[in-house]
Design a protein around this ligand. Structure first.
Ligand code: KIV
Length: 261
């Protein structure tokens, strides 16, 4: 049965399966088909695709148009998982109206929900409006890569009590505003546990320990396709090396006349 926002929203309530939620990213039709056929509950067209698929150093250069092309491609490959798409940097920060327009474009492209980074008052206001207009929202707190310049790098967040209190309050405010689940990125495991316990909606961790209601990783890292993986990623295959070797074999066979036969 296809996964719905409602099912994720009620995941922690009685009568809904309590096993952890598995989330993987995708950036094109093939990666979408692969993670959907693997049985991911949620497929996220994350703006990390700016780095893993488009070669940028950060997620900041990604445009709304770039994301729409990728979202439509992934949509064509995903049949069962819930499809969530990130709103790129500068597509929702400028005003509530811009946020509604950007999120609406994502839904027209086939997304079932959007993800926004941050939990300060401005983001919470946008989440409230989006939800009122029928656009489901996944929150994202802790290390929010669109704020990499503010953080001075892709650094772990929530290490001081003040920061931890702020991140907990942000997660609670996002729930109040109507978010259906929240990504907790690169924060201490005990903070992720406290946030998870305090919320009625599921938390999805990445580099946030084992106490979250689900886990997400970037699929290029899981498959060993990316040139670099963050320390918290687990690499389950070495497809980059296998692909290089297959391509080398092809080049060699063409040059030696072995292919075509
Ligand atoms: O962009 C992304 O892939 C993400 C996940 C890592 C949570 O936001």
């Amino acid at each position: 049965m296809a996964v719905s926002v409602d099912r994720i929203l009620r995941w922690k309530q009685a009568g809904v399966p309590t096993q952890p939620i598995a989330v993987l990213t995708a950036w094109d039709v093939m990666s979408g088909q692969i993670v959907d056929q693997a049985g991911a509950d949620i497929v996220l067209v994350g703006d990390s695709l700016a780095m893993v698929a488009l070669g940028y150093d950060t997620t900041l250069p990604l445009t709304l148009e770039d994301m729409l092309i990728c979202a439509r491609a992934v949509r064509r490959g995903v049949k069962n998982a819930l499809l969530v798409v990130d709103l790129p940097f500068l597509s929702y920060q400028t005003s509530v109206e811009d946020a509604i327009r950007a999120a609406g474009c994502m839904l027209k492209a086939g997304a079932q929900a959007v993800k926004l980074e941050g939990g300060h008052e401005g983001v919470v206001e946008r989440v409230r409006h989006l939800v009122q207009w029928g656009i489901p929202v996944m929150g994202h707190v802790g290390l929010t890569p669109q704020s990499v310049n503010q953080f001075g790098g892709f650094r772990k967040q929530g290490k001081t009590q003040t920061e931890a209190d702020r991140i907990l309050a942000e997660a609670q405010a996002l729930e109040q505003a109507g978010a259906f689940c929240i990504v907790l990125e690169h924060i201490p495991a005990d903070l992720a546990r406290d946030i998870t316990k305090s919320l009625g909606i599921p938390t999805i961790g990445i580099g946030a320990g084992s106490h979250c209601d689900g886990q997400v990783l970037v699929t290029a890292d899981v498959l060993g396709l990316s040139a670099w993986q963050p320390p918290f990623a687990k690499v389950y295959a070495n497809l980059r090396q296998q692909a290089i070797e297959a391509a080398q074999q092809f080049c060699g066979e063409v040059r030696s006349g072995k292919f075509p036969v």
